[in-house]
Write a protein of this length. Structure first.
Length: 105
């Protein structure tokens, strides 16, 4: 079984990510793959819920996952000072020692 951490993000992120999750589940079923998708808060949604764009629980789950599905983050709601959703993305890249996103065309 493959463990996927699902970070839908904020703004339009959850809407797009949830549609992609349906595709991932359908593809896994067709190929006979077992996937466990566990959702964690990230970005602006995590700021709203935890005051931190990358809570420790989310980071630890990412460290132990086989893959991470990351939705969009950021928006004007979080422009007034304080933590920014994008800070979670930058910290996640630093903690996992990755430097680039792969994006569909």
């Amino acid at each position: 079984m493959k463990r996927i951490v699902f970070l839908p993000g904020d703004g339009i992120g959850p809407e797009v990510a949830n549609a992609a999750r349906e595709v991932l589940n359908a593809a896994a079923k067709i190929r006979g793959l077992e996937v466990a998708i566990n959702e964690f808060s990230f970005g602006g949604a995590a700021i709203d819920a935890h005051g931190d764009p990358l809570p420790d629980e989310t980071l630890n789950a990412c460290r132990n996952a086989d893959g991470i599905f990351l939705g969009a983050v950021g928006g004007p709601k979080w422009d007034g000072g304080g933590p920014r959703p994008e800070a979670g993305l930058l910290r996640l890249r630093q903690e996992l020692q990755v430097f680039a996103n792969l994006r569909p065309l």
